[in-house]
Design a protein around this ligand. Structure first.
Ligand code: GTB
Length: 216
């Protein structure tokens, strides 16, 4: 059944593909699953109809028949488990790919989001000058560890998997910070993900939303 996801009607990133619908779109493209998108405004996201789908009033959501899901990690896992292409066939390989989804979301993403948020809303605060280097250093620690694990491999564990898809989308949020470039194998890893045809199709689809909205 063709799923419907929600995405920002007006993404603050102006089509840079940083909102979390991008990871869902990429997963759909990787497995060749057609999908529909319902665009929601910030106001609509806080209204009862959307809150019934997402109790925290956010995007993305996923609807498929009588199933409604929120949390991008859950949705990626749901799609990857039901469609070939994003998880290895062997049980141990699948478990490790899922481990990397969780690692991306619960170990790598939090310091990146904290840094991003501080950069966005704390720039005029007196503590910003001291806090920013501390937040950057936390990210460097994680990137250094990830870089050591990755070494000269193309992907985190064998072939490209949903774990790589999630990790690349998480790391992309550092574009413009200069931090990824400090770790050449991580920079190459992110570029490798972004070079996948499925990624390009997903990126173009979310960019088209911004282009259409800005020409209104
Ligand atoms: N844990 C949830 C998940 O993984 O699905 C987090 C969902 C989430 O943070 N959604 C954000 C949202 O709806 C959009 S993606 N925010 C509105 C709100 O909370 O009211 C986060 C995001 C938004 C914008 C940018 N950007 O502009 O660069 C980047 C990332």
């Amino acid at each position: 059944m063709r799923p419907t996801i929600t995405a920002f009607a007006n993404s603050p990133d102006e089509g840079a593909g940083q909102a979390r619908d991008m990871r869902l779109r990429w997963a759909f493209e990787e497995v060749g699953l057609p999908y529909d998108v319902r665009l929601v405004s910030f106001r609509e996201m806080k209204q009862p109809a959307h809150l019934a789908l997402h109790p925290f009033g956010q995007i993305p959501t996923y609807e498929e028949g009588n199933l409604a899901l929120f949390e991008s990690g859950t949705i990626i896992l749901h799609v990857a488990e039901r469609n070939p292409g994003l998880l290895p066939d062997d049980a141990n390989g699948r478990a490790r790919a899922i481990m990397w989804i969780f690692a991306a979301l619960s170990t790598v993403e939090p310091p990146i989001v904290e840094y991003d948020q501080a950069d966005l809303v704390e720039r005029d605060k007196p503590w910003f000058g001291q806090r920013l280097p501390m937040l950057q250093e936390r990210i460097r620690v994680r990137l250094g560890q990830l870089s050591a694990h990755l070494g000269d491999a193309d992907w985190l564990d064998g072939d490209f998997s949903a774990g790589d898809l999630m990790m690349v989308t998480v790391l992309r949020r550092l574009h413009g910070s200069g931090l990824i470039e400090e770790f050449p194998n991580i920079a190459a890893y992110v570029a490798r993900g972004e070079a996948r045809p499925a990624y390009s199709r997903a990126f173009a689809a979310q960019l088209a939303v911004f282009t259409a909205a800005s020409s209104d």
